[in-house]
Design a protein around this ligand. Structure first.
Ligand SMILES: NC(=O)c1ccc[n+]([C@@H]2O[C@H](COP(=O)([O-])OP(=O)(O)OC[C@H]3O[C@@H](n4cnc5c(N)ncnc54)[C@H](OP(=O)(O)O)[C@@H]3O)[C@@H](O)[C@H]2O)c1
Length: 256
């Protein structure tokens, strides 16, 4: 039985792939970089003895989910675990970015994630037990000036995942959404997170291994929404408690 993981070439996605390989799932890895996927595939095959295949694809592209499904069907892979992890942010004022840049991020973080759930649902439902694991972010709990679109895409991921889980409650498919806080991956570099914000998060940053283990354990435990780490849980609680204008001002101060 296969687990399909998007964004599996590095960071949290790679570690989720390793966690699933430890549980003897065969793996399908997706990201843009073929060479990095090949390295991860070889590493996992050598260490865990499971089957691993990969597809290099840009999941920001229109109809990316259908492209992935076609590849899976052509190879007769049976996917029982779908992990929608690929995503990124970009720090800076909303109008610093072009329409195309903003659209690419929204496509990857929201549209392709949604369409992956849609196109793979019939296959997942054929299994007596199947799982969807969607990776949102702790930014789903507040508006985030300087990362306005990114944080908003993660609100979408969280609420979509919760509603989907409810709709599927009488089916064999369980849906889990994970909301990680700062995690030590390539995310900060790609997002161009300013030094001040990196420094602020330094002491509470988790490793991708920690986040991946919590994610996979939570998925198999059938949990709905999980914030890894005590400090991140506390942060989400405080963001809920405090006036929105205050949390937004604090966040903006860290990013400026
Ligand atoms: N790190 C954090 O602090 C943090 C916090 C909260 C939530 N998250 C979320 O965690 C998830 C994983 O991020 P990460 O921290 O592990 O970041 P990362 O180290 O940058 O990994 C991102 C993964 O997504 C892939 N990817 C990026 N753009 C893609 C595209 N257009 N098409 C296909 N694959 C693409 C990357 O591979 P290629 O570059 O080869 O395509 C890579 O495998 C994201 O959804 C992110 O929003 C991260």
């Amino acid at each position: 039985m296969y687990a399909l993981i998007t964004g599996a070439s590095k960071g949290i996605g790679k570690e989720i792939a390793i966690e699933l390989a430890k549980k003897k799932y065969d793996l399908l890895l997706i990201a843009r970089s073929a060479s990095q996927l090949e390295d991860v595939a070889n590493e996992i095959k050598n260490h865990h003895g499971v089957k691993v295949d990969f597809l290099a694809a840009d999941l920001s592209a229109p109809d990316a989910a259908r492209t992935v499904l076609k590849w899976v069907e052509q190879n007769s892979y049976q996917v029982a675990v779908l992990v929608n992890n690929a995503g990124y942010g970009s720090a800076g004022n909303f109008d610093r970015f072009t329409i195309e840049q903003n659209r690419d991020m929204m496509n990857l973080n929201m549209i392709t994630l949604t369409e992956m759930c849609q196109v793979f649902l019939p296959m997942l439902k054929r299994h007596s037990q199947a799982y969807i694991l969607n990776i949102a972010s702790s930014t789903a709990y507040q508006a985030l000036p300087q990362m306005a679109i990114y944080a908003a895409t993660k609100v979408f991921v969280l609420n979509f995942s919760r509603a989907l889980k409810f709709e599927l409650k009488d089916s064999s498919v369980s849906v889990t959404c994970i909301c990680p806080g700062a995690t030590d991956t390539n995310f900060n570099d790609r997002a161009d997170i300013p030094a001040k914000a990196r420094k602020a998060a330094e002491k509470v940053t988790m490793t991708p291994q920690e986040v991946a283990k919590i994610s996979v354990d939570s998925m198999f435990a059938g949990k709905t929404e999980v914030i890894p780490g005590f400090v991140n849980k506390l942060g989400a609680f405080l963001a809920w408690l405090a006036p929105k204008a205050v949390t937004e001002k604090v966040a903006a101060g860290i990013y400026e």
